[in-house]
Design a protein around this ligand. Structure first.
Ligand code: RB5
Length: 189
């Protein structure tokens, strides 16, 4: 099993603790950043990790932000990604057994290294049970297919090239772009 791991600026220390744990179990991984505590936009890291999984190079992903919530929301925008945010081992184990979750998200401001390691261990060790759970995941897949915009590839790089690369640039040089423009009057409030 090969793991793609990533975090935003809040998750550097927790990511390092989890990398040490993965090393101790001789589980191969690649770190997709971020690598410094400079403020970073978590969706960019989620996108890198999810693309790495969907391209077939990695089996599963681990994403860390302050709460794990933003990472899980971003990751679940990708068809075929089943991301869960967990702060205790039971949900992480069941997320494998029943939901075949392929991305584990955790909050660095929620769980400390010891608990996060147990959560990760439970998630890594548990196996998907298939059967009725596969039927339910198939329903989710069909929902994804029914609600995907035709002709829009999730692996299309062109839109991402138009975006600023990190949060500090957003602050220093505000530019109109897909991330900062309100999607509707309500979303700009
Ligand atoms: C960063 O302050 C924080 O918003 C981010 O790490 C994450 O928790 C978002 O969901």
């Amino acid at each position: 099993m090969k793991i793609a791991i990533g975090c935003d600026h809040t998750g550097i220390a927790l990511k390092e603790a989890l990398k040490t744990y993965l090393d101790s179990r001789i589980i191969p991984f690649e770190d997709f950043g971020t690598f410094t505590e400079e403020s970073t936009d978590y969706p960019r890291i989620a996108e890198k990790v999810c693309k790495a999984i969907l391209s077939g190079g990695f089996d599963r992903g681990i994403l860390i932000c302050g709460t794990g919530v933003g990472m899980s929301i971003a990751a679940n925008k990708f068809n075929g990604i089943r991301a869960v945010v967990c702060s205790e081992p039971y949900s992480a184990i069941m997320a494998r057994r029943h939901n075949n979750a392929n991305v584990l998200c955790m909050g660095a401001r929620v769980v400390a290294g010891g608990l996060a390691t147990l959560i990760c261990e439970g998630w890594l060790n548990a196996a998907f049970e298939g059967d009725r759970h596969q039927r339910r995941l198939d329903i989710i897949t069909r929902i994804e297919q029914r609600n995907s915009l035709p002709g829009v590839s999730q692996l299309d790089e062109s839109a991402a090239k138009e975006e600023p690369q990190n949060a500090s640039k957003l602050t220093d040089e505000p530019k109109p772009n897909q991330d900062t423009q309100p999607l509707s009057p309500a979303s700009g409030v």
